[in-house]
Design a protein around this ligand. Structure first.
Ligand code: GTP
Ligand code: MG
Length: 179
């Protein structure tokens, strides 16, 4: 039987230095580096997923620089996206507060054919730094994620490879179940 292929454009967004590039590098290349080099504009990565016996998923990850929130290009970058990972840094409250702005930016600029917002998963990254983290100050992410229309949320670590696969699989499942 012939396998069909589906191309999924997925955005990875969130403030400067929250770990977007690191999450993608971990997911696609199984590597992690402590060294920070800010993304300029946008970067791309591709991962092929043998989704089921009849479907191959070509997952195109758009790694959008945190500094782009202040620019005018997100409308262009978001075009045709079918899902998004929204990332914040568990040790920096400002990056969590910015999630509301990123979600608003996303929903105002891209939607599915049926007018619904694109599936989005919330990632509380750097959970390996939990002891330096915000946990007591954060609202319950379960409630927050429901209130803001996320399809799921995960505490992740690109460093320790925690929940990266689970978060992205959750997103792809949601995308694939929208027809
Ligand atoms: P911009 O491209 O500027 O938007 O940043 P980004 O979101 O792509 O962040 P990047 O992946 O470059 O990571 C920023 C810094 O955080 C780097 O020094 C990474 O090593 C570090 N980092 C990323 N993920 C983790 C993590 O899960 N745990 C820890 N401890 N550090 C991390
Ligand atoms: Mg980056």
């Amino acid at each position: 039987m012939q396998q069909q292929e589906r191309l999924l454009k997925v955005l990875v967004i969130g403030d400067l230095g929250v770990g977007k590039t690191s999450i993608i590098k971990r997911y696609v290349h199984q590597v992690f580096s402590q060294h920070y080099r800010a993304t300029i504009g946008v970067d791309f990565a591709l991962k092929m997923l043998n989704w089921d016996h009849k479907t191959m998923v070509r997952l195109q990850l758009w790694d959008i620089a945190g500094q782009e929130r202040y620019g005018n290009m997100t409308r262009v970058y978001y075009r045709e996206a079918v899902g998004a990972l929204l990332v914040f840094d568990m040790t920096r409250l400002s990056t969590f507060q910015a999630i509301i702005k990123w979600k608003g930016d996303l929903d105002s600029k891209v939607a599915l054919g049926n007018g619904r917002s694109v599936p989005a998963v919330l990632l509380a990254n750097k959970c390996d730094q939990r002891r330096h983290g915000l946990c007591p100050k954060l609202p319950k992410l379960e409630n927050f994620s429901r209130e803001y229309g996320f399809v799921g949320w995960y505490e992740t670590s690109a460093k320790d490879n925690t929940n990266i696969d689970a978060a992205i699989t959750c997103l792809v499942k949601n995308i694939m179940s929208v027809e």
